[in-house]
Structures are given as C-alpha cells and as structure tokens.
Design a binder for this molecule. Structure first.
Ligand SMILES: N[C@@H](CCC(=O)N[C@@H](CS)C(=O)NCC(=O)O)C(=O)O
Length: 185
C-alpha cells in the first residue's frame, strides 16, 4: 500500500526492480532484463526465440492454474487442482511437454541451449514451487510421476550458485523444493 501511495509501482503491482535508469515492472520483463544482465539469454536469435517460446508455453499453464486461486471452498479448490494433474488434463500435459523438452535436449537445458538460460530458471522455479505445500491440493507425489523432471531438478539444483542460494532457507521454508534431492523418497 505504501509503495502504491508513493506512486512507486508503474502499474500498481509488484514485483518491480529499481535500476539506476528507473523502475521496471512485470515479472516477464524482469526475467528477461536480469537474465540478459546475467548472461542467461542466448546471443543466437533462433535459440533466444526457443527460450521465449518455452517461457510463453509456461505462461499458458498459469492461465489454467491461476483460476483455482479464486475458488472459495477449500474442498472445491483441492479437487479442481488435483483434476488438472490427472492423466490427459492440462497440467499433466504441461508436465509432459516439459518432460519432452528435457529428454530432447542434448545438454539437458530445457530450451535446447548450449548453457543455462532464463527458460531453465523459470521452468525450475515455476514447476517445483507448485509442490512445496503452499498450494492446497498439490503434493510431491504428483511431480514424482515425471522422472525427466526429477533429472532436470537435480541438474539445476546442483548448479553451485543455485545450491548455495538455497542452502539456507530458514526464513523461507517453502523453498525446500529447490534443494538437491528435494523429491527423493
Ligand atoms: N503481470 C504482473 C502481475 C503481478 C501481480 O499480480 N502482482 C500481485 C502480487 S503477486 C500484486 O502486486 N498485487 C497487488 C494488488 O493487486 O493490489 C507480473 O507478472 O508481474
């Protein structure tokens, strides 16, 4: 509210990043901006398009998942979410699309890039956060049905910088899903 009243938010929403040149809003723009700064955007324009394609595909999944947030009755919310992950339903298909991308990638990066890209960052965070326990109705048993995704999880969670970032999660317990071995039985 404070940020809103101080007119700090370009579109009235978080997240934002403040840069020396001004403020940037919209999470997709922030991902591309910070990704470019970090060298996680391929130089090759075809590969960059494949990265963007992956990001846009993932945005489609959120289009089917986010409406469950506004279901008031908890039992209905839980069953709507669980249904989305049943065989052939949209989130099951989404997990299968992601699995296919993982298995078709020569080096294991989700968008077939030569090194890690922002598509890997988003696939890692968006996918595994679903099973942290913060979303009623979803639990780790669901993600264990997609072995390629567990391989992808091990690849990303063991990148030294990422491993270090998630090594101390005392004040953000739901981030256990990003630690190596998180979904091992
Ligand atoms: N399209 C925006 C959506 C951002 C958004 O929905 N932000 C929520 C928090 S997750 C917000 O700021 N809500 C405050 C409000 O609606 O007043 C993005 O991707 O950054």
């Amino acid at each position: 509210m404070e940020l809103k009243q101080q007119d700090e938010l370009p579109w009235g929403l978080l997240p934002i990043i403040r840069t020396s040149q001004g403020t940037v809003a919209e999470s997709a723009a922030l991902l591309r901006y910070t990704g470019a700064l970090a060298g996680l955007e391929p130089e090759d324009l075809f590969l960059r398009a494949k990265v963007d394609e992956t990001l846009d595909l993932m945005r489609g999944w959120w289009g089917v998942f986010t409406p469950t947030f506004s279901i008031d009755k908890i039992e209905e919310k839980i069953s709507a979410r669980q249904k989305l992950f049943e065989e052939g339903e949209p989130m099951d298909m989404a997990m299968k699309q992601l699995s296919k991308m993982c298995s078709e990638s020569k080096l294991g990066w989700i968008a077939g890039t030569q090194s890690m890209s922002i598509a890997d960052v988003k696939a890692f965070t968006d996918t595994f956060m679903l099973f942290s326990g913060q979303f009623d109705g979803l639990d780790p048993s669901i993600i264990r049905k997609y072995p390629e995704l567990l391989i992808f999880h091990e690849k990303i969670s063991n990148i030294p910088e990422i491993k270090l970032y998630y090594s101390d999660i005392e004040d953000r317990k739901e981030h256990w899903v990003f630690q190596p071995g998180a979904f091992n039985n």
